[in-house]
Design a protein around this ligand. Structure first.
Ligand code: NAD
Length: 300
């Protein structure tokens, strides 16, 4: 038997068991809180093997306190990066993410504020560079959604707020980051499967995610000469605070069961793609979207 064929040693961690159904639950606030979810989303896969791929790098991650953003923060720290996280107001979740990043031996700063405000985005970037010395990776991941049954139910205020957070915020944060991004830097945006297959109750949200895809493609071309690559991830259903805060309690129980893998994803199943897109491993990939959605074949 060659070395590669050795059976796994007995102390190799087992893959986590992935939940396929959930107790009914609803949170009367958005953004929701990870701390009160049942079960707590899986953010740190025991089977992931870090390889120092982000040693010495600095990443700024919007929506980094919970859900997919927390899993990105943790995996980046495991790969050797210091991390700044932006979040709206969920201080408890942000402090827990900071603790988890620091537990991996990396620095973490937490920055509360609204990405829909260009002055805040500038302040967040300046604070990151001041406290962590530089910026190599920008992850535009913050978003909100407000399901409505009909288009008439979407108020001008909701429409404006959703676009402000989900797409204006990406423009503002990227504009603020540009002076600090250099050759070899990476920008990674979180899109959604809803950009590709639509979503009847998320008209405004899915439209912003379509904008994220088009923005990713256009910016990748715009920045190619500078050696800055821009890509995106389009998650399918993922167990995060966004779900109990935007679904009725009974709806949550079967969340994600309608995809081919018959379950929703967990944040730690999204995170490795954000490592790949941040490193030289993806050096020939630009303007593309990785689809991590439980097997749904979509046209894109
Ligand atoms: P989450 O609730 O954990 O994260 C959303 C984050 O956005 C929170 O950290 C919140 O603080 C931040 N945020 C919201 N409004 C903000 C504002 N105005 N300013 C600053 N920060 C703000 O949920 P998540 O599911 O991890 O969401 C992360 C990304 O994944 C989002 O872009 C979401 O659209 C996308 N996504 C999620 C799913 C899913 O099923 N969970 C599916 C497809 C795409």
């Amino acid at each position: 038997m060659t070395q590669q064929q050795q059976p796994p040693s007995s102390n190799q961690p087992l893959p986590p068991v992935r939940p396929t159904s959930f107790p009914p639950q609803h949170q009367d606030r958005q953004p929701g809180l990870q701390a009160v979810m049942n079960p707590i989303p899986q953010s740190d896969s025991p089977v992931y093997r870090p390889a120092g791929k982000l040693e010495g790098k600095v990443a700024l991650i919007s929506g980094g306190d919970s859900g997919i953003g927390r899993a990105i923060s943790i995996i980046y720290a495991k790969e050797g990066a210091d991390v700044a996280i932006i979040y709206l107001n969920e201080d408890e979740d942000a402090q827990e993410t900071k603790r988890l990043v620091e537990e991996k031996g990396r620095r973490c700063i937490t920055i509360a504020g609204d990405v829909g405000d260009p002055a805040f985005c500038l302040k967040a970037v300046v604070q990151t560079v001041k406290q962590l010395s530089k910026l190599d990776i920008l992850v535009n991941n913050a978003a909100e959604q407000h399901p409505q049954k009909t288009i008439e139910q979407i108020t001008p205020a909701q429409l404006e707020r959703t676009f402000k957070t989900n797409i204006f915020g990406i423009f503002y944060l990227t504009q603020a980051a540009m002076p600090h991004l250099h050759k070899g830097a990476a920008i990674i945006n979180t899109a959604s499967v809803t950009a590709y297959r639509g979503s009847p109750n998320l008209l405004d949200y899915s439209a912003t995610k379509g904008a994220v895809v088009s923005f990713t493609r256009s910016l990748s071309m715009n920045l190619a000469d500078k050696g800055i690559r821009v890509n995106a991830v389009a998650p399918g259903p993922v167990w995060t605070p966004l779900i109990p805060s935007t679904s009725d309690a009974p709806q949550v129980t079967t969340f994600g069961s309608d995809v081919p893998l018959k379950r929703c994803g967990q944040p730690d199943e999204m995170a490795p793609a954000y490592v790949y897109l941040a490193t030289e491993d993806s050096s020939y990939m630009n303007g593309q979207v990785l689809h991590i959605n439980g097997g749904e074949i979509i046209n894109g």
